[in-house]
Every structure is written in C-alpha cells, then in structure tokens.
Design a protein around this ligand. Structure first.
Ligand code: APR
Length: 246
C-alpha cells in the first residue's frame, strides 16, 4: 500500500491536505458525525447557526466555551506532526475544516482555516475582531461597542470567507497530490476541493478508518487512523526520498 503511494508521491512538488475533525480525534477532540460525535449529543441546528445564536446566545456560548476548554487542553497528535515533517519533501498546504488550531500548533507553515477559528471572535454589529485564548467568564461576551460578540467561525448556512475560499480552490487546482484525512466530506463547499484537484489530474489519497461518500473517487484509500497512517507514510518517504529532504 505505502510503496504504491511512493510511486504517486516521488515526483510530486506540492501536496494539499484537506483535513477534518477525524485528524484531531486522537487529540481527544470529538468528531461531529462519528459514533461519539458532537452531533450525536447536540442538535447542530440549535448550536451552529446564526438563527440559533440570536435565539439563545448564552446556550451557544456555553457550548463554545466547553469546546474552547477541550481544545485548549488538547495537543497536536502524531498525525498533525507527520504533516509538518512532510514539508521536508514537498510544498505542503493544509486546508482544514477544523477550528482547533492544532495544525498550526504542530508547526504546519501554510494552513488555511476554511471554517474559522475557535480563538477568534467578532462583533455581531461593528467590525471589531479579537483573538482570545482563554475561556469567557461572562457570556455572552460584549464588544466595546456594547453589542454581543460571536465566535468567528462559519456556521451552517453561512458562506466561507471569500479570500480563504478562493485561495483553497487555487491550491487545490495547483497540487500534484491531495491527501484527504479525517473528514466525512459531507459538508460543502469543502467537499468540492477533491473535485478541483481531480480536474487538474492530481492523485487523490484518502486516510480514514471508514469509507466516505467520495471513497470511490479516490485513487488510493488507507483504512487507518491518521495518527497511524501519516507517520507510516513519512517513514516510507524518509526511506525512499530521504536524500531529498532539506
Ligand atoms: N483518523 C482519521 N479519520 C478519523 C479518525 C481518525 N482517528 N476518527 C474518525 N475519523 C473520520 C470519521 O470516519 C469521519 O469520516 O473522520 C471523519 C470525521 O467526519 P465528521 O465528524 O463529519 O467531521 P468533518 O468531516 O470535519 O465535518 C465537516 O461539518 O459540522 C461541520 O463545521 C463542521 O468542520 C465541520 C464540518
């Protein structure tokens, strides 16, 4: 399996990762749709929409405070770190649906957060934005202008930040290999990125213990967790391309 991947990787210059909640699962952050997924225990439509926020900002902020706590006590895992190591061999761009910041904390140098970030907040009225790394004692937090602040994340029904989405498409259309790790690919528009990559003859590699709705479109699927598969991939790369690493 891994030797066939080397064949696909050895002439690659640029690799784009599309990652989702699964890559952070082994850091102790629950996925959304897995067996213990967040959407099993919470109603997404009551917590991750702008309507839900205006209806009950306290409830939404309680949930985000809980997630902030969980994320701030989590560490990048071997999967995040292996992606950093691949920068020795290729230009590596990480397009993540995750808001936990673990790719950046692991050391990835080019990360685009498609769905925003758990540490970023913005005003619901004025242009005020802030980055906060602590839990909020008073919820909902207020903006200096007096209006309530919201998490600067993309909720269901909201558009991705245009500049981020444009860059994500450009990278997807410009890579030799796209590795899709830890995502069910059920949420658009992130799930269209493999289509852009394929249109430009990129090799699609899926890393996921389960099948996804796009498994049949993949050139290769590794049925494994990311913290096992990605370090294995790096060790095979070191053996085969070791001299190429900077
Ligand atoms: N390693 C790799 N993949 C894993 C692991 C693991 N250890 N554990 C679970 N997975 C896989 C699951 O099989 C599933 O396919 O990760 C995927 C997680 O899918 P989701 O829970 O749907 O998460 P994600 O794809 O990131 O969701 C996309 O939906 O709710 C919104 O905005 C939210 O960004 C999120 C988006």
């Amino acid at each position: 399996m891994y030797s066939s991947i080397i064949e696909k990787l050895k002439n690659a210059k640029k690799i784009v990762f599309v990652t989702g909640a699964g890559i952070s699962q082994e850091s102790g952050i629950p996925t959304f749709r897995g067996k213990d997924g967040l959407w099993r225990n919470y109603d997404a439509m009551k917590l991750a929409t702008i309507e839900a926020f205006y209806e009950n900002p306290n409830l939404v902020w309680e949930w985000y405070n809980e997630r902030r706590n969980n994320i701030f006590s989590s560490e990048p895992n071997l999967g995040h770190k292996a992606i950093v190591e691949m920068e020795k061999f290729f230009e590596v761009i990480v397009l993540t649906q995750n808001i936990d910041g673990l790719h950046q904390r692991a050391g990835s140098s080019q990360v685009l957060e498609l769905h925003g970030s758990i540490v970023k907040i913005k005003c619901t009225v004025c242009n005020y934005r802030e980055v906060i790394y602590t839990k909020f004692s008073k919820i909902p937090p207020l903006c200096p202008c007096g209006n309530i602040l919201r998490p600067d994340v993309v909720w269901f029904g909201e558009a991705l930040p245009q500049n981020v989405w444009k860059k994500a498409i450009i990278h997807s259309m410009d890579c030799n290999v796209m590795i899709i790790a830890g995502t069910s690919l059920v949420v658009s528009p992130a799930n269209t990125l493999p289509i852009y990559a394929k249109q430009n003859n990129a090799t699609l590699i899926e890393i996921n213990p389960d099948e996804t709705i796009m498994t049949d479109d993949m050139d290769l699927s590794i049925r494994s967790t990311s913290s096992v598969a990605l370090p294995k991939l790096v060790s095979v790369l070191n053996k085969n391309l070791g001299g190429r690493g900077s």
